[in-house]
Design a protein around this ligand. Structure first.
Ligand SMILES: Cc1ncc(COP(=O)(O)O)c(C=O)c1O
Length: 331
């Protein structure tokens, strides 16, 4: 895929490693598990948004914007990383935080919320769950415009046709690494929320000769709604790049069995998964995305979804700073 015509900033100095999880693979007695360490990406605390922000911030700067407005949940990795990118680019950043779980916002919470203060967000606006987030961000944009600023709105999770390019590029990076290391992956497993990661991966993988099934573990939506969301973004991103989308809708695969009681709410399976990876491999996951996705992977292995000679690549999309807000679960 040719990204050369698309402006891009660089926030990580090289590819993130793909590591073999020998201890976990042995413990689970299933397929060989590999992990793509996107928790090592650049900006404050790393994670998948860094890849999307390379394209989004470049677009904002191309538009001569001096202020970023974005939104997320009260413990948003995306808000933390967007703020971090804005600081690096020396521009302003305003956050609109959605209280998806009633009364979940606490100004003194740790985790990502603490980092909003350390990184010094220009403003934080907390709105009730289910609010029209685009409208809420537009309200902030009007205010900053009145102050003579030029705002640029980044949607929830950075998941639009520009942000998704980050994961199309990541798919190319993965393909190159697998080729160099001579690893034949049979499946990729990724968390899916605002959908840009899964859509971008599908697009990037589809453009190569490889067609590795990508299983998305939903953290919020039911399967059908999430698959439609991903496919729609896949089409929009192809259109943006002026390429034909060759991915069939049936190739978009999402499982919604690991959401538990709801977005960001802890589940026993997530707690087991976070502890298992930490204690077998010394790697930290997060409670909202990668913990639930690892729960999915463990459950699929235990229910013999994979063959024992399969090779599965787990996308570590970051988020471990949020772990500190869930302390009591792990003590
Ligand atoms: C750590 C982490 N993993 C995965 C995701 C989901 O990625 P996407 O929103 O692109 O579907 C997010 C989104 O916020 C995240 O913060």
């Amino acid at each position: 895929m040719d990204f050369k015509s698309v402006p891009r900033r660089a926030y990580t100095s090289g590819p993130t490693p793909i590591e073999y999880l020998e201890n976990l693979s042995k413990l689970l007695n299933g397929p060989d598990i590999f992990i793509k360490r996107d928790d090592y990406l650049g900006l404050a605390g790393g994670g998948n948004k860094t890849r999307k922000l390379e394209f989004l911030l470049a677009d904002a700067l191309k538009n001569k914007s001096d202020t970023i407005i974005t939104c997320g949940a009260v413990q948003s990795n995306h808000c933390r990383l967007t703020l971090s990118a804005a600081k690096k680019e020396k521009i302003d950043c305003h956050l609109v935080l959605e209280e998806r779980v009633p009364n979940s916002y606490s100004p003194t919470a740790t985790g990502n919320n603490l980092l909003y203060s350390v990184l010094d967000a220009d403003s934080k606006t907390v709105v009730p769950g289910g609010s029209d987030m685009i409208k809420e961000m537009e309200k902030v944009a009007k205010k900053v415009e009145a102050e003579g600023k030029k705002p640029y709105i980044i949607p929830m999770g950075g998941s639009n046709e520009i942000g998704a390019l980050g994961y199309a590029a990541c798919a190319e990076e993965i393909n190159l690494q697998l080729k160099e290391d001579q690893i034949d992956i049979d499946y990729i497993i990724t968390p899916t929320g605002s959908s840009g990661t899964h859509a971008g991966l599908l697009l990037g993988m589809g453009e190569s000769s490889r067609s590795i099934p990508i299983i998305g573990i939903s953290v919020n939506n039911q399967t059908k709604a999430q698959e439609e969301k991903i496919f729609k973004l896949l089409e929009q991103t192809s259109e943006y790049l002026n390429i034909e989308n060759r991915i069939e809708k049936s190739a978009v695969k999402v499982l919604d069995d690991y959401i538990g009681l709801g977005y960001s709410l802890p589940s026993d399976g997530m707690i087991e998964a976070v502890k298992l990876l930490a204690q077998s491999e010394g790697i930290l996951l997060d409670p909202v995305y990668t913990g639930k996705t690892m729960h999915g992977l463990i459950d699929l292995i235990r229910s013999a979804y994979f063959k024992t000679d399969d090779k599965v690549l787990f996308m570590h999309t970051g988020g471990s700073p949020a772990l500190f807000n869930y302390g009591s679960l792990f003590q």
